[in-house]
Design a protein around this ligand. Structure first.
Ligand code: COA
Length: 373
């Protein structure tokens, strides 16, 4: 029998990493030793991407070169654009990224001329472009240019997605959110990437596995579900009443709870501040108050706290980002953590292949089809 406590590999040490530490109480999340509060407060997403993938913070000249390199990777091959144009309008944008990643792997395969660092940088720059290109093609029938000129990935994405100039508060919020979403130890999608990489397959296959894993509502998909939930209520009182009913039916409230953290998610307060600020700017009197009331009810009734996904949802919403783009935004950030983990896995590889407790029928004789009737 599998111990209930370790179901879903809970609490199992499945390997070593030098990339990130997550403390169970929730007071501490560190990327390569630096606290998430300090990084979110003082580092750009590009600095954090460099830190995760290369192991150290860049100097200013290294950062400038890195930014220029990433900028030069924003354009997409025409064969990839054609594939994006053929993905139906009704597709989920996570499927767009999964397909786009796979297609890029056929056009620019890993090999002698392209190592895993080069592909990590390419995907980091290409994901925002893929998403914005597909979105605007289907929404407006436009084949947008992908050379926005913005120095930051966050600015480039907002500019490409929405056109026009980018409001500074929105750019800053997205920048912080990308930092918060960049890495989180052996979460499900990162573990999927490491399992895939451990077979010695190519880099794109590992990232495609990770995207598929992140899409589910128990993982990255929770931010979209959280928005759908918050938008259902017209007032905090209505939210309180309905959440209590949902809890009495043992329904899960997306955006709450965590496998590792037990008291709080240190990323939540950081993004909550942005959700509050953008709500004020937008003159909102419903969404943010509803979200705060849900938080209060969840704590009072279940001692459950919001995870990073809960307040990310209203923060993105107030930037006029469509809800089904929320989890793809997570991909745009987490590609950095996935890349770092695939590189780390490869540096000291051992095939990841656990054992299972068999609970099926005991040994029995095979009966040929003619005799089975
Ligand atoms: N809403 C309501 N109840 C919740 C809950 C939530 N969001 N999260 C956990 N619980 C309850 C479970 O129903 C269960 O109660 P029970 O013991 O009475 O059956 C208990 O808490 C343990 O939950 P479980 O799902 O078994 O724990 P886990 O460690 O496997 O779960 C999550 C971790 C993240 C999967 C879980 O908290 C969850 O489903 N959250 C919502 C999805 C989400 O926000 N995911 C993003 C994570 S960053």
């Amino acid at each position: 029998m599998v111990d209930k406590k370790t179901e879903g590999l809970a609490g199992i040490q499945a390997g070593e990493t030098a990339i990130c530490t997550v403390s169970a109480e929730g007071h501490e999340l560190r990327y390569r030793g630096y606290s998430i509060q300090e990084l979110a407060g003082g580092a750009s997403f590009e600095e954090v991407a460099y830190l995760l993938i290369h192991g150290e913070l860049p100097t200013s000249s290294v950062l400038e070169d890195y930014r220029n390199r990433l900028k030069s990777f924003r354009e997409l091959p025409s064969a990839l654009k054609l594939v994006l144009e053929n993905i139906p309008k009704t597709a989920h944008p996570m499927d767009v990224l999964r397909t786009g990643c796979s297609m890029l792997g056929t056009l620019e395969p890993e090999g002698k001329t392209r190592d895993h660092f080069a592909i990590a940088d390419r995907l980091l720059s290409a994901f925002p472009s893929m998403l914005a290109y597909w979105f605007r093609f289907w929404k407006e029938g436009k084949r947008i240019a992908l050379n926005s000129g913005d120095a930051s990935l966050a600015g480039h994405f907002l500019h490409s997605l929405q056109g026009g100039s980018v409001e500074e508060a929105r750019r800053q919020m997205l920048e912080v959110s990308l930092v918060l979403y960049a890495e989180h130890e052996f979460n499900a999608s990162t573990f999927a990437a490491r399992v895939t990489a451990s077979t010695l397959t190519d880099f794109y296959s590992a990232i495609t596995s990770a995207i598929g894993t992140l899409r589910g509502s128990l993982h990255g998909g929770a931010n979209e579900e959280a928005m759908a939930l918050i938008s259902r209520f017209r007032s905090p009182d209505e939210a309180e009443k309905e959440i209590k009913v949902m809890l009495s039916k043992k329904e899960k409230i997306m955006g709450f709870g965590h496998r590792v953290y037990k008291e709080c998610d240190p990323r939540s307060d950081i993004i909550k501040k942005w959700a509050r600020e953008l709500s004020k700017k937008a003159g909102d009197t419903v969404i943010y108050p509803v979200a705060e009331r849900i938080e209060a009810v969840m704590w009072r009734e279940k001692r459950l706290f919001p995870n990073v996904d809960f307040y990310s949802a209203p923060a993105y919403h107030f930037c006029d980002i469509r809800t089904d783009l929320f989890t793809p935004l997570f991909v745009m950030a987490r590609i950095t953590g996935w890349a770092a983990h695939v590189i780390e896995q490869r540096a000291n590889n051992k095939l990841i292949r656990p054992a299972a407790t068999y609970i099926g029928p005991s040994a029995r004789a095979f009966v040929p089809l003619q005799k089975r009737g």
